[in-house]
Structures are given as C-alpha cells and as structure tokens.
Design a binder for this molecule. Structure first.
Ligand SMILES: [Zn+2]
Length: 76
C-alpha cells in the first residue's frame, strides 16, 4: 500500500506583481521615479509652477494636474 502523495505542489502561487489599473502609484509624464523612491523627492512641476494647470487653463499633462512631480534630488 503505497500512498503516493498526489502532486499538489503548485510552485509559485500568487505572486502578484503590480495590479493593472492601480490609479494611485504611477509615473506621471513629469516624474523621474516613483514617489517614495530613495534619492527622489517631490517638487513643483516646472511646466505649471505647481498650479496643476497650464496657461490656457487646461490640466497640466506633465503633473496630471497635481502640480507636483517626483524627481531626483541631491544632484550627483
Ligand atoms: Zn504641471
């Protein structure tokens, strides 16, 4: 009577890398890195000077209307 362990050894179960469509943490066009990346920091968007809008009142695409972008700090 050999009770063979029927293979239920699923290797690599549920290692999710990045949920698609997560709206919060994503790179904006003006970002150099993800927010929270070491060596980076939030700064005013150079294109709209932090207003989040361009001169014509449209939403600034660089910062997506947030007025802030993430870029490297320190300067190497
Ligand atoms: Zn902007």
């Amino acid at each position: 009577m050999s009770t063979s362990t029927s293979g239920g050894n699923a290797a690599g179960t549920g290692t999710r890398t990045g949920a698609p469509g997560a709206g919060e943490d994503h790179l904006k066009p003006g970002d150099e890195a993800m927010a929270g990346t070491p060596g980076t920091g939030e700064d005013l968007c150079p294109d709209c000077s932090g207003s989040g809008k361009k001169k014509d009142g449209a939403e600034c695409p660089t910062c997506e209307g947030t007025g802030r972008i993430t870029q490297g700090i320190g300067g190497g």
